[in-house]
Design a protein around this ligand. Structure first.
Ligand code: ATP
Ligand code: MG
Length: 254
């Protein structure tokens, strides 16, 4: 049971934090995952803890990209399994993407807990478990480059929420189209991905599910137009301007 009163002005954000701490206690989240959450919270605060218009545009482009993909894969780490396991499974079904557990801080026990959580939330097949099916991505140091030979290794589009910059760069180098959720528009992942959704994954993932459902009625040509019209660099710049404007506003009333 949560100790956070619903009337608290930042109740939603504090509930997200509580989920992460619970995930840590249950062996899903690494210590480093808690630190990543802290970094995310700081940026969420600066962004006003709500989905911006720019994030909505990135979500639409991401939905179109996932619908035209031949072999989309969603990479799941401990933070995602703790924050939104149900939604990640729902998204994978909606866009017919495979799920692959991929940990920055690799640990078999944690991997098994994540798989168990995803299964409990309706996932059928989860890749990334068997060492026999692993392959190595080039251009990245050993532990972080292991991917599943039937998953990320052969994927054309990879969703990597809350991912480290080195891995994102390696995925791009391997020719993958990368979609990320990252609250920090300055992170290397944000700046390297093809489509960067600068929003809290817990908010944005529901919007991505809805948008994918909506766009699934469109033909390939209109989906491709949405992708071509989207400019990720411009979108990130707009997110940064938003942070600046929020700071200016706060500075005036301080
Ligand atoms: P990079 O390696 O890309 O330069 P980093 O080392 O600062 O970034 P990582 O720990 O590698 O950070 O990646 C985690 C990223 O996820 C961070 O940029 C953090 O802001 C972001 N993040 C944390 N929690 C959330 C969340 N709930 N929703 C979206 N993004 C989040
Ligand atoms: Mg990093």
């Amino acid at each position: 049971m949560s100790l956070i009163p619903k009337s608290h002005p930042r109740a939603k954000s504090l509930l997200i934090r509580e989920k992460l701490v619970k995930g840590f206690d249950n062996g899903l989240v690494a210590k480093e995952g808690l630190l990543a959450q802290g970094r995310g919270e700081a940026f969420d605060y600066l962004l006003g803890e709500k989905t911006s218009k720019t994030a909505t545009q990135a979500i639409k482009a991401a939905a179109a990209q996932l619908l035209v993909a031949e072999m989309p894969v969603i990479s799941v780490n401990g933070n995602i399994a703790a924050l939104c396991p149900k939604q990640v499974v729902k998204l994978s079904k909606q866009i017919k993407a495979k799920l692959e557990v991929n940990l920055f801080y690799s640990n078999e026990k944690r991997k098994m807990s994540i798989i168990k959580t995803l299964k409990k939330n309706g996932a059928n097949e989860i890749l990334g478990a068997k060492t026999t099916s692993s392959k190595k991505l080039p251009g990245i140091d050993s532990a972080r480059r292991i991917v599943d030979k039937d998953g990320i290794f052969v994927a054309d589009v990879v969703v990597v929420p809350l991912e480290d910059g080195d891995r994102t760069m390696a995925l791009r180098k391997a020719g993958k189209i990368v979609i990320t959720f990252d609250l920090n528009p300055f992170s290397r992942t944000s700046q390297t991905a093809n489509i960067t959704i600068v929003d809290n994954v817990t908010r944005a993932i529901n919007l991505l599910i809805d948008e994918s459902k909506k766009l699934s009625k469109k033909n390939q040509k209109s989906l491709q137009k949405i992708i071509d019209d989207f400019d990720n660099k411009k979108n990130i710049r707009e997110n940064i301007i938003q942070i600046k404007n929020n700071l200016d506003r706060r500075a005036k009333i301080a």
